[in-house]
Design a binder for this molecule. Structure first.
Ligand code: NAI
Length: 614
């Protein structure tokens, strides 16, 4: 694999010769892409190609990698201080008069965190996009906090990240990693990583991999232990940072970045439902976000009254204020922030039944978490209102679509339109549903059809159409189906509704098994009684209109007294998506019924015979 059309030059620093490649017009803003471990600059080939028409794109092989020379001796030659010297030498060579926009992946990001938090780079960096590589200093504080102030959750996070870092311990062993990389591991790595990460077959990694990996072991040995045990206390970012977190990263827990807003005064978070090597698997999305962020920062710098231009003077003057602000205000803000703030940054979320109740609350929760929203409902006005409010709450974009989910043809058209206009849906919430109450012997075939058409077929259409698009895209995704506690709790008063929801639950389980191969998670949410409009629209079989109305009013009163808010169901939806939970009962009665269905189904059967309270 090569960087098509790249101009190459050599930059000398501290006895090292760095191989630097450039694409695009040097008059454009400079974006420096730094690779990780075990990689070389070619890992960025696809991203660089996509940026080259608008930016001056610069890539270099980190010392000891690709066609850059290695320090002698290797020990002590890869410290963050020396890597900072290299970056500054490259920045001075390619963009002597203007600060550069930095982008790092994996170890490229780890070292870039050093660059954006130390004083001597002031005025040389305009912004930083970090992908899958934490600051070792922030990581050190994160670990310390979990060790010195342990709670069950913090201990679990500590152990979880500890397990993902297995390779870091191995790389500390002398000589063996080098032997492995220059021997069997070096030969097998390309196919191993291709299979594990779903990478394209395109000649990457390059032939230098065994040597890159052997040398790169010193990145870990020279820095990890010393920094994690004695993290800097002043590692505040001096520039705006965009954090792109792949949610299925096998090496890094998303939790690592929970405290980041305390270190970064201007932080933009984005998440990608993808594994670790996103520069290779998601070049379109990654380059779009880099371009958008970079251009926004350029605009802020050049706008009168916008962010002051980045010079050593301005940064030094603001440094102390910013650090104080970062420690106090933003940390306080971070503490009070909702747990999912920006966790779904930039993802496309489609919610059916979004005009009311659980659907609307779910759309709002995702909007607040930074997602783009497609609000689908047969109620045009309600859907439009949800989209409008989603934008106000924080969704970068939100659209309303008017569709009856039970209409197969309309759903097909919706799927085509959404893909063409907004992109492939990352998260699908099949929520639209209607209520039907009354004994089986009084329920008409038409009433059965109505409830199954919406509650079951609506979900089938959604899963089939949007699930297929997700599978074909090959970049994972998540489907949430709103079932109900009625799915596992029999009741003599809800035969049709419960049957539809039991079918949704089983469909979700089957689909979860099938789509796991494609990295698409499926969750079924099973709420109990939630205070929404469902009671005022539900039908009651076998009664006249006057009785119909009386029963609706009675159940609305009862649900009102119960008063469980749809926002709490929405929160469960976001959590299930992040954790890929299979079946999630929400409300105490739903959890109780689930326990009984497992351990005392006889009790549940007896409850099913009771006259319902509504
Ligand atoms: P809701 O009545 O407040 O909202 C349902 C939304 O779905 C409405 O905006 C409605 O216009 C829309 N909708 C209905 N049929 C549609 C169709 N054919 N095509 C497009 N949109 C349609 O009800 P709620 O409570 O928010 O219900 C949401 C989901 O949660 C449903 O699937 C429901 O069965 C389920 N659920 C609700 C519980 C509750 O106690 N509210 C408990 C357990 C599950």
């Amino acid at each position: 694999m090569s960087l098509k059309g790249a101009r190459e030059r050599r930059v000398h620093t501290g006895g090292i010769e760095l191989c630097v490649a450039e694409l695009g017009d040097p008059a454009h803003p400079t974006v420096v892409l730094i690779h990780g471990y075990p990689d070389s600059k070619e890992v960025w080939a696809e991203v660089a190609e996509r940026l080259a028409d608008r930016f001056h794109v610069v890539l270099y092989d980190v010392r000891g990698h690709g066609r850059s020379s290695a320090p002698k001796p290797l020990r002590g030659g890869f410290t963050l201080e020396k890597l900072t010297d290299d970056f500054l030498a490259v920045a001075d060579a390619v963009s002597p008069d203007r600060p550069v926009h930095l982008v790092g992946h994996d170890w490229g990001s780890v070292q870039s965190w050093e660059f954006v938090t130390v004083q001597r780079t002031e005025g040389r960096i305009a912004s930083f996009t970090s992908i899958s590589g934490p600051s070792l200093d922030h990581f050190g504080h994160w670990l310390k906090k979990r060790l010195t102030r342990p709670t069950p959750r913090r201990v679990a996070q500590f152990l979880g990240q500890g397990a993902r870092s297995w390779y870091v311990y191995l790389l500390q062993i002398p000589v063996l990693p080098e032997l492995a990389w220059r021997g069997p591991l070096g030969k097998r790595w390309p196919s191993m990583v291709r299979r594990a990460e779903g990478l394209p077959r395109d000649g990457y990694p390059t032939a230098s991999l065994p040597e890159d990996a052997a040398h790169g072991a010193w990145l870990y040995r020279d820095n990890v232990r010393s920094r994690l045990s004695r993290p800097r206390t002043d590692a505040y970012a001096q520039v705006p940072v965009q954090l792109i977190t792949p949610t299925r990263d096998d090496f890094l827990s998303e939790r690592l970045f929970d405290d980041l807003s305390g270190w970064v005064p201007e932080l933009t978070r984005r998440t990608l439902p993808a594994k670790h090597w996103v520069p290779r698997t998601r070049p379109d999305q990654v380059s779009t976000w880099i371009a958008d962020f970079t251009l926004a920062q350029e605009k802020a710098i050049s706008t009168p009254g916008g962010r002051a231009s980045v010079t050593p003077e301005t940064t030094r003057a603001t440094r102390a204020t910013r650090a104080t602000r970062a420690t106090r205000a933003t940390r306080r803000k971070a503490m009070s922030q909702k747990p999912y703030t920006e966790r779904f940054g930039g993802q496309l979320v489609l919610v059916t039944g979004a005009a009311s109740g659980i659907g609307r609350a779910t759309a709002f929760a995702f909007a607040e978490a930074g997602a783009r929203i497609v609000a689908v409902d047969r109620d045009a006005e309600g859907a439009e209102r949800t989209a409008e409010l989603s934008r106000l709450i924080g969704a970068p974009d939100a659209w309303a679509e008017v569709v009856d989910v039970s209409d197969a043809e309309a759903m097909e058209k919706l799927a085509v339109r959404v893909a063409a206009e907004y992109g492939v849906v990352d998260i699908l919430i099949n929520n639209a549903g209607i209520g039907l109450s009354g004994p089986f012997l009084k329920t008409t075939p038409q009433e059965w059809k109505d409830v199954l058409d919406v509650n079951l077929w609506g979900v089938i259409h959604g899963c089939r159409l949007f699930g297929r698009q997700m599978a074909e895209r090959g970049q994972g995704g998540h489907i949430v189906n709103i079932a109900s506690a009625a799915a596992y709790q029999p009741s003599k008063s809800l035969p049709a509704y419960s049957t539809s929801k039991a079918a949704v639950l089983m469909l979700s389980e089957c689909l979860r098994a099938e789509l796991s191969q494609q990295d698409i998670g499926v969750s079924a949410i099973c709420p109990g009684f939630v205070h929404t409009n469902i009671t005022s629209t539900a039908r009651f079989a076998g009664v006249d209109e006057a009785e119909q109305q009386r029963l609706r009013e009675r159940s609305t009163r009862w649900y009102g007294l119960r008063n469980y808010p749809p926002e709490r169901v929405a929160e469960a939806v976001l959590r299930a998506t992040l954790r890929n939970e299979a079946v999630v009962p929400v409300t105490p009665e739903a959890r109780g019924a689930q326990l009984l269905s497992r351990f005392a189904p006889g009790v549940l059967r007896r409850i099913a015979r009771l006259e319902p309270p509504l």
